[in-house]
Design a protein. Sequence first.
Lengths: 286, 456
Amino acid sequence: VAADALFYLTAASYVVASFLFLRFLASGKGDVGRLAPRLIGLGAALHAGHIVLASLVLRVCPVEGIHFPMSVASMSMCVAYVLARKRLRIEVAGAFIAPLALTSLLASRFVGHGAEPGAHIKGAVLPFHVTSNLFGVALFTLASSAATLYLIQERLLKKKQIDGVFRRLPPLDVLDRAEHRFLLAGFPLLTIGIITGTLWAQRVEAGAPAEVLRAVFGYVMWLVIAGVLFLRAAAGWRGRRAAYGTLAGFGLAVVVLLFYLLRAPVTPATVSAISSPFVSPPAGGS
Amino acid sequence: MSLPVVVVGLSHKTAPIEVRERFAAGSEILPAVLARLTSRPELDEAMFLSTCNRVEVLGLPKIDGSGELAAQAASRAIREALRDHIGAATVEELGEYVYERSGEEAVRHVFRVAASLDSMVLGEPQILGQVKDAYDAAVAAGALRSHLARCVSRAFSVAKRIRTETQLGAGTVSISSVAVDLAKRIFGELADHTVLLVGAGEMAEQAAKSLGQQAKAIRICNRSFERAASLAAHFSAAAAPLEQLEAELVLSDVVVASTSSKTFVITRDLVKRVMKQRKGRTLFFVDIAVPRNVDPAVHELDNAYVYNVDDLEHEVAENMKARQKEVAAAEKIVEHELGEWLRWARGLNVNPTIIALRAKTKGVLVAELERSLGTRLKHLGEADRAALTQMIDSATNKLLHAPTTRLRNAAGESDGNDLVRAAQHLFDLPAAPPPDASTQSLPPPADDASEPRLPH
């Protein structure tokens, strides 16, 4: 009951924050510098409470399986937003963060049940692998939010429509810088996730075609993000190109996640054959 | 009828910058433009005004008969002169961009322009200086001599009065300050960014003032290095000659261009090379020059943005809201001054009639006196004759005091001309000749004492 209450309170915080941000973007009304980000912060705290309580009740490690990591990732995203928003001046990015956090929270409730990893595939690497990936995804979500806002701002500036929404969004260079910093922060975590995923996959043998495809998407995603960062440093790929690259990388991350969430229930036999470089291993039940 | 002043021109309200820059005339070609205008027999006086936001010709028609026809002929002459100025084939090419005012409307327009009530940035101070420069150039070219000169001179007084009596010019809004605000919304703060001023004229100075201490550094690049260095010294900036423009662009983030160049100083190819060296860092151009200094194609390049004065218009309007309250007070002053001007201008038609009436009356009385002095009164001595002459002067003054006063008062009214015609008819006076600048008295300006820079 307490876990459910925290769940609903978390959802309510995210809903109100989303409403405040979207109203501000649409009409310029309201002050989103204080209340709305604080609501996201409150939501993140309630979210954390829900995760801890629910995992204790279910006796599941929050970083194993599918159910909780999704929830932890969205909560981490909110925490990162709250910590970085003032320093990076990206308060309005809450317009993406709050609805995304809400969606992830609700999805974690209804998706992935019964897909917890079997005891035979759990090990020391697994939590490490999942934790780095989920924090990485949280930071990439923030980066892609900044990239989306950048593209909106850039388009308005190129079309010389510098009133209305343009005034409400953060400055163009601020968004570019925020996107870059979130990518820089998330990339080492993603790299750790790839390495630990590869190490873990060596323990299993051949995989199902869908799992192999998921692994391929995971590696391609890593290459895309690495490419964005490298080209920015070496060839001056900033602004629009970097934003598109970031969104492409994030799109691939979403594809990997969808593979993970929408796969058919697998048996212990097939579980042992998975080689995932990106997300925690699937399970056919405990 | 008042003076049939004619204004033909185009402004930011009627023509985009691409059109306005075709009409713009720098100081080097202004004498030729004025010579073209003064060579027209339809024009008695003319003035050419060219600013960032407007190009206008003020003309006073030569009146031989109907004032209305003269005004139409003057308007046609001005349009043809403008056509020749831009090298257009026909007057129709000027098309919908050109507006025209005549008579009272034209004078009101001149007053409003000088007072910055018709400017993109309401109350901006530069326009008055620009009108004064145009005035000086026209006077030097012999194109302004009398009534039109007086009209423009009066406009200076009106502008000064508005500046003194209203808050229209209060605050720091200018194209430059608006550009700085926009730059902040691209870069966040300018404290980590360098601003480059291309050109070292008045607009560059305004931009430097607007920036104040906000930018990390200010750099000034100008064709005349001495001028750049002089301006740089005032703002703790770095100066460079125009030959180093490419290197300066690499170092800068915000570029304010305001040179008087007729061609693009900053081209697409130049910026393409610069962006490579900058590794794609955002570069924001504010082109406040007319003709434009920055090729609009630069705006198509990644991470490069070009905004000209027209693009900033909406932004300026937002900043102008506080000044709108002062507009009504300023317009009231314009209307009051316009009324004074019209009263004087109508008086130009009355004065010849008054002079003729006095001359005729005195002539009749003097003739009668002389005839009497030659016959019945020839025994009178010098003292008596002088007394009689004085008596006639006094009688003339007393007799004509009321008609003169009423004619003068009627001059300011719309039916003044009717009374003039009645007097001419009743006393068999000749019709008033067209106002002659050299013989008419001019009205006192609104405030000569407070007009230290009044052109002469």
